[in-house]
Design a protein around this ligand. Structure first.
Ligand code: MV4
Length: 683
């Protein structure tokens, strides 16, 4: 076995690989970019070497530098993780030439699977089932149209060099064929530099089912069952699970055999995934092979008890596979959800910023094999910690949340519970979206196919709901109790003096206080204001939501432990946690996350009470255009400032008719998340 390896990656997968290496007593070398100097993967490795600037091209994709670092640090092998250099055959060759082991398949196997049409020819010879279609060299338009007519419409055109859904066109009829072919070829040449296409029968509601395969250098090749990754959004996987619901033992054996045949046909070694699309009737067809360890590998680990990274290391070191096919069995059910810093309400726009607070469900990290016995059955693979930043340079994944259950139902319940316990402050996340998804009818009943998210759009993106009175009550109590703490600290020795404290205590008359909260307008949702009237009593408050039908209710504090608060509102017990971040109150209760702006009358004392107030940056980015002029009148909806973030433009528009009193940034300026851009006065 190796004594030292270099991990040519970042984030959760670098941490994941390091965890197994550590368990096996193997030293690790991290590499990092300037943006990642304080990243978790740097902290968990034994040593770390800077590669260069943040851009992947200048750091994680610099194969030459990475090989030089491996040589200089005495690493014997390089683990590429996924993405970056993991499927780069030239890099694998270069490792070999430098006397280093590339922990992955032979470069020849990567090349054989790199071209879709060439791979399909190979698979055909190996008797791996293919979607009826044409994948030959003849690219004559008349000829291809004849092939499409023979296959029968709808037909799917795919760029041979493509992948991940790029360069695909559905053709509904022979009449539409020519235009679709021309447009597919245009996209193929501009995206991949190769306009070769293939034509296939288009399957209407396919499932994405993939088989984990493993081969060693001793001629052994086995599979570790399937994963169902049908729940995707724009070819990005969202949920993955193993085993696939509805899979029969016969079909599992047939798919496993086909996958092993596919791997053997290209002389595969190491961890690989053979991707199939399956019809609702269960028939399945080879799509492509991923020649790397995949993001979703943990669900396979959870049901087999195998540590796939350990297997990769053993195979790369020349050892035989730890298990034979007949020694593997499926134990229970596992589901993975990808937790992202993104905003589902804003078209899943990545959310860049700092993880100010990260509260995770009770979980273990990498305790492989032990997870089925773990009371919570929850594993979290993360590359970021509280206080870390999600930068615009890399994939904005926060963590993979993986649950195990004795059956799918239990796994699903644990997933919903774990998602409800996840607390993220400082960034938008897809947590609530994931929770709606796993609890929705379609996923709960395993009515799976690649169109699940689009088909259930209305249920997954419900109209914004007004904040629950329980959430407002928690925010109010958190606010009042924090003032009490502050005032007690200030008054010191005079703590017993009612006059010195902000307890709201008044002689002879009850103290009535009006608190004003509003929904988080930064989420891009219509925002609602809430007037909360709190009347101080001896041992609690009367809580009255102004403008609501409900009559005032007695509010009492039951317990408080840091951010965790329990109150009684009327007859209802309400539990939750409240995290304050400046003017924002993040209330986590009932599995939901409410972001409430507290309109602090003290914070803006002295400022002009401009209605409409300020217009703020929806995310960190650059000002690319300023259309507003100081002192000019504008109409509601007029574009005032255009910002660029994540390669997309965002227009900041006037919320009402009014006057721009000041423009606070110029073109080219970098702006922080939430920064006021303009001073605006409503007419
Ligand atoms: C298909 C298909 C329907 N029929 N091929 C998309 C990415 C690439 N790996 C293969 N893809 C598809 N190929 C035929 N003949 C539908 C898809 C497809 C898809 C496949 C797997 C997972 C998600 C998907 C989402 C849309 C389309």
């Amino acid at each position: 076995m190796f004594k030292k390896i270099l991990i040519a990656n970042r984030g959760e997968i670098a941490c994941r690989v390091a965890a197994t290496a550590r368990r096996l007593g193997i030293k690790t070398v991290a590499v990092y970019s300037e943006a990642d100097a304080n990243a978790r993967h740097v902290a968990v490795c034994d040593e770390a070497v800077l590669l260069g600037p943040a851009a992947a091209k200048e750091s994680y994709l610099r194969g030459d530098k990475i090989i030089a670092v491996a040589k200089a640090t005495g690493a014997e092998a390089i683990h590429p993780g996924y993405g970056f250099l993991s499927e780069n055959a030239e890099f694998a060759d270069a490792c070999h030439e430098a006397g280093l082991v590339f922990i992955g398949p032979p470069a020849s196997a990567m090349r054989a699977m790199g071209s879709k049409s060439a791979a399909k020819s190979l698979m055909e010879k190996a008797s791996v089932p293919l979607v009826p279609g044409y994948h030959g060299d003849n690219q004559d338009a008349d000829f291809l149209q004849t092939q499409a007519d023979r296959i029968g419409y709808p037909v799917l055109l795919k760029a041979s060099a493509g992948g991940g859904g790029k360069g695909m066109r559905v053709v509904e009829s022979s009449e539409a064929f020519r235009d679709a072919l021309a447009s597919c070829k245009r996209e193929a040449i501009s995206s991949f530099g190769d306009d070769k296409v293939l034509a296939e029968k288009y399957l209407q509601r396919p499932r994405h089912i993939e088989i984990q395969v493993f081969a060693d250098t001793h001629g052994n090749c086995i599979h570790l069952f399937e994963r169902d990754c049908s729940v995707q959004r724009r070819h990005q996987k969202v949920l993955e699970e193993a085993p696939a619901p509805g899979m029969t033992a016969e079909r599992r054996a047939a798919m496993g055999e086909a996958a092993v045949a596919a791997a053997k046909a290209v002389g595969y070694v190491g961890a690989g995934t053979v991707e199939f699309i399956a019809n609702q009737d269960g028939s399945f067809y080879f799509m492509e092979m991923n020649t790397r360890l995949q993001v979703e590998h943990p669900v396979t680990e959870m049901i087999t008890g195998a540590d796939l990274v350990e297997w990769q290391l053993r195979v790369a070191a020349g050892e035989p596979l730890p298990k034979k096919q007949h020694e593997l069995a499926i134990n229970g059910h596992a589901i993975e959800a990808r937790v992202y810093a993104e905003n589902p309400e804003k078209g899943f726009l990545p959310s860049i910023g700092t993880l100010r607070h990260l509260g995770t469900p009770d979980a273990v990290n990498f305790e492989l094999g032990g997870i089925p016995g773990h009371p919570a059955g929850v594993r979290i693979d993360a590359g970021v910690r509280e206080g870390d930043a999600i930068s615009p340079f890399y994939d904005p994944m926060i963590a993979k949340l993986i649950v195990w259950g004795a059956d799918r139902k239990q796994a699903l319940a644990r997933m919903a519970q774990a998602l409800s316990q996840y607390q993220i402050v400082g960034l938008a996340s897809n947590i609530a979206f994931l929770n709606r998804l796993v609890q929705g009818e379609a996923f709960a009943t395993a009515d799976l196919d690649t169109g699940l998210i689009e088909r259930n759009h209305d249920a997954l993106f419900p109209a914004a709901q007004p904040a629950a009175s329980g959430a407002l009550a928690l925010a109010a109590v958190a606010l009042i109790e924090a003032e009490k703490d502050r005032s007690a600290a200030q008054s010191g020795a005079n703590a017993a003096d009612p006059w010195g404290q902000a307890l709201g205590w008044r002689m002879n008359q009850p103290y009535v206080r009006k608190l004003s909260f509003a929904d988080d307008y930064a989420a891009g949702l219509p925002s609602k204001a809430y007037g909360v009237e709190v009347t101080y009593l001896n041992d609690g408050w009367m809580f009255n939501l102004s403008g609501s039908e409900a009559s005032p209710q007695l509010l009492t504090l039951m317990s408080q432990q840091g951010a965790d608060i329990s109150v009684k509102l009327g007859d209802t017990a309400v539990h939750g946690s409240v995290r304050r971040d400046g003017e924002l109150f993040h209330v986590f209760t009932n599995g939901l996350h409410y972001t409430l702006h507290y309109n602090d009358p003290m914070a803006h004392a002295g400022e002009s009470e401009a209605e409409g107030g300020r217009l703020t940056a929806p995310m960190p980015g650059k000002v690319v255009a300023v259309l507003a002029e100081k002192g000019k009148e504008v109409k509601k909806g007029d574009a005032l400032v255009i910002m660029e973030a994540m390669k997309m433009e965002h227009t900041i528009a006037a919320p009402h008719d009014g006057v721009v009193d000041d423009v606070l940034y110029a073109v080219g300026d970098q702006v922080a998340d939430g920064a006021p851009l303009l001073a605006f006065r409503a007419a």
